[in-house]
Write a protein that binds this ligand. Structure first.
Ligand SMILES: Nc1ncnc2c1ncn2[C@@H]1O[C@H](COP(=O)(O)OP(=O)(O)OP(=O)(O)O)[C@@H](O)[C@H]1O
Length: 241
């Protein structure tokens, strides 16, 4: 990304986010005061050891979970001040999620899986357009069991982006895939970012994948340990692991 930090438009901003999980007498400090902004049109990679708080942070940024403390803003509007219904509305309208396991409905075709979203979202793409954007135009009437892991993940991406979300949050999207298949999934994510301008955050355990991002955030023990800018993004096909 060539703009200076000051000219970037903040899409999401987290200020002093903490998360404590309590079960019985045990408390786990999963996030210990995280400050982070995500900017328009960027791709951010989130790296860090297992248990460092990446998924917890992603879920809070997307309104799937609530912080214990701290404030969250979406384009200047305070999400942490919203009711549950307000937060659900934010998530439904503006956030797409992609997880490691694709969570497709096995008895529905690719087209029908995407239609589950397009039928209830405002200003959604057709399932055909969403699937075309991830390179699956020819596989729309296949069931998940008839698709490879990478193809199933691309259906999940089509489902996540069909409502034209402002933000796409991906938790280990290539974690279950071999490297060649993972590249096709990353290509779909990069293409969506390029053509729809979707601000994208991507958790990965794979350090090579950080090169496809504009910025890399390293988490350690519930905190942001450091952040780096990539001068140039690599295309997914240039990354190998
Ligand atoms: N529902 C929960 N209840 C209790 N503790 C939890 C819960 N979810 C996460 N934790 C704990 O919070 C910490 C952060 O977990 P989180 O899943 O955010 O880490 P992560 O960096 O995404 O890990 P991984 O890379 O293994 O997915 C860990 O110590 C984890 O055990």
């Amino acid at each position: 990304m060539s703009e200076t930090q000051s000219s970037r438009v903040e899409v999401l901003k987290a200020v002093g986010i903490t998360k404590v999980y309590r079960s019985g007498t045990v408390a786990v400090d999963a996030l210990k005061g995280v400050d982070l902004a995500l900017y328009e049109r960027e791709i951010v990679a989130l790296l860090g050891a297992s248990g460092s708080g990446k998924s917890t942070l992603l879920n809070i940024l997307g309104g799937l979970d609530l912080p214990t403390d701290g404030r969250l803003f979406y384009r200047g509007r305070e999400l942490s001040a919203l009711s549950d219904a307000g937060l659900t509305e934010f998530r439904r309208r503006h956030v797409g999620f992609v997880f490691q396991f694709y969570n497709l409905v096995p008895s529905l075709t690719a087209r029908e899986n995407v239609a589950l979203v397009t039928e209830i979202a405002e200003d959604a793409m057709t399932p055909e357009e969403a699937l075309d954007r991830v390179g699956l135009a020819s596989r729309m009437d296949h069931f998940p069991a008839e698709l490879s892991g990478g193809e199933q993940q691309r259906v999940a991406i089509a489902r996540a982006i069909a409502k034209r979300p402002d933000i796409l949050l991906c938790d280990e999207p290539t974690g279950a895939l071999d490297s060649k298949t993972g590249v096709t999934v990353l290509e779909a994510i990069v293409e969506v970012n390029r053509t729809l301008g979707t601000t994208t955050a991507l958790i990965t355990h794979n350090v090579a994948i950080r090169r496809i991002a504009d910025r890399v955030i390293y988490m350690a023990d519930g905190e942001i340990a450091r952040a780096e800018e990539n001068a140039d993004r690599l295309a997914p096909a240039e990354v190998s692991w």
